[in-house]
Design a protein around this ligand. Sequence first.
Ligand SMILES: Cc1cc2nc3c(=O)[nH]c(=O)nc-3n(C[C@H](O)[C@H](O)[C@H](O)COP(=O)(O)OP(=O)(O)OC[C@H]3O[C@@H](n4cnc5c(N)ncnc54)[C@H](O)[C@@H]3O)c2cc1C
Length: 322
Amino acid sequence: MREFSFHRAASVADLPAGATIIAGGTNLLDLMKHEVMAPESLVDITRLDLDRVEAEGDGLRIGALVRNSDLAAHPTIRRDYAVLSRALLAGASGQLRNMATTGGNLMQRTRCPYFYDRRMACNKRDPGAGCAAMGGVTRNHAILGASDHCIATYPGDMAVALRALDAVVEIDGPSPRRVPLADFHQLPGDTPHIETALQPGDLITAVVLPAPVAGQHRYRKVRDRASYAFALVSVAAVIRLDGGTINHAALAFGGVAAKPWRDPDIERLLTGREPSDALFAEAADLLLRPARGQGENKFKIPLLRRSLIATLRDATGMEATA
Ligand SMILES: Cc1cc2nc3c(=O)[nH]c(=O)nc-3n(C[C@H](O)[C@H](O)[C@H](O)COP(=O)(O)OP(=O)(O)OC[C@H]3O[C@@H](n4cnc5c(N)ncnc54)[C@H](O)[C@@H]3O)c2cc1C
């Protein structure tokens, strides 16, 4: 790890220009130890007044410093946004969730091993260097939305649930604004080093949830170990039935792309229809139409298909499958 200066900010106005934000530090410190990130100055934001969950209209405003464990346990989240609570609890470990913050979780970097290994070419770490993952070990890589320049995935769980909930990210900085989570994380294209909609000097101050949707909330995460492992694939679902017909279907997918993936076509297909295996198979076909394997990760295509179908069966009261 290289030398850096450290400042503890007392207010949002007190953030030094050019400093790298540190919140829980659970991702940033690892990246600094591997020298993937080498900031010259750090600003600790954990004393800022951004650690409340409060009502906003019919929805909720979650401060960027709310810890993952506190958010998962919050009574309103557990009751009205259960998919979010479940996704948070599926992530990392108890100790990590006690430190990790809402803003830091959104901003966590990919777990592509070539990104972490500075001896390997990586367009995300070093634009124009190439991508050693292509033709390499690709078990955890993307099957949707990848490009010729990068096949890394966004690894988080929380953001997958937030995508299904139509969350919005509140940003302070030179241009204060709100950005739908759908537009926050970026697909790689030919600029894989640009991962989010944040600009220099920006600070995430909150995540805002719209009014809750009553219905069945599910988060299904498939991983190599039962805990303390990132998703191979995950499915966040909010499904509401009315008289035997699906009248709300929000589905987001993790572990498969550089951002939490959502496909409005499959939601349109499901809405207004009665649950059936034939319908769910059709939805899976539609979802996977653009999917491309990258060698070792081809298993993710049938895995995502089975995970979607199992989640839909479970959420609509059909007998769950494995
Ligand atoms: C062993 C291990 C296992 C894990 N398993 C999982 C898992 O299964 N699922 C999962 O989802 N996650 C997992 N994680 C990742 C963990 O969730 C993240 O490390 C954590 O959420 C990051 O939050 P933080 O507050 O510690 O961020 P930090 O490490 O402090 O910061 C991370 C990044 O966010 C930026 N940042 C932080 N706050 C803000 C802000 N308010 N505005 C703008 N930028 C900001 C920082 O500059 C930095 O670039 C795991 C981590 C470890 C170490």
